[in-house]
Design a binder for this molecule. Structure first.
Ligand SMILES: CC(C)(COP(=O)(O)OP(=O)(O)OC[C@H]1O[C@@H](n2cnc3c(N)ncnc32)[C@H](O)[C@@H]1OP(=O)(O)O)[C@@H](O)C(=O)NCCC(=O)NCCS
Length: 145
């Protein structure tokens, strides 16, 4: 199992992970734009040559966002998301970001537990933030300084 930086070559592989993990997966175009952006970095977890999970960091000036994280269902509960989050936080520190923020569905206990374990604090709720199905988002932040 290795954690690597992702490039545009990984667009289709990320899309496959998205389709396996979300009801409204990001399109290949959205993923390609993310991978091309000068203000984003994605990391992937590979088992042999297969991408089994990925995470996306985006930033504006010194403010970071964890904009997506997914691990294929059959690879969960092995610490992969934790390793991906560590890679993202190391990158955020290297880039001198002040904090990393994220939104998560209030019902998504696996993800919110993970984020709490990784040092993110609940700082608010965004009412009706998600659609399909409509749901509130928990806003979580980790300060790095
Ligand atoms: C959330 C997700 C990324 C976790 O991936 P994972 O590789 O299984 O997580 P890890 O094995 O690294 O688990 C780390 C911690 O997360 C929490 N966690 C993970 N899965 C959990 C579950 N099913 N129930 C409760 N807590 C869970 C625990 O705190 C765990 O630490 P522990 O093992 O010491 O209890 C994965 O379930 C997933 O891809 N879900 C669908 C996509 C998604 O919801 N992404 C987040 C969008 S905001």
């Amino acid at each position: 199992m290795t954690i690597q930086r992702l490039s545009q070559d990984h667009t289709k592989a990320i899309h496959r992970v998205e389709e396996s993990c979300f009801q409204s997966p990001w399109s290949e175009n959205t993923i390609e734009a993310l991978l091309k952006s000068d203000n984003a970095q994605c990391f992937g977890c590979f088992e042999n040559d297969t991408l089994v999970g990925y995470i996306a960091l985006e930033w504006v000036l010194d403010e970071g966002s964890l904009t997506n994280l997914a691990v294929l269902p059959s690879y969960r509960r092995r610490g992969i998301a934790e390793k991906l989050t560590e890679a993202l936080l190391e990158e955020a520190i290297k880039k001198d970001l002040q904090f990393v923020t994220l939104e998560v569905r209030v019902s998504n206990t696996p993800a919110s537990n993970l984020y709490r374990k990784m040092g993110f604090d609940e700082v608010g709720v965004r009412k009706g933030y998600y659609s399909n199905p409509r749901e509130d988002a928990l806003l979580m932040t980790k300060y790095l300084a």
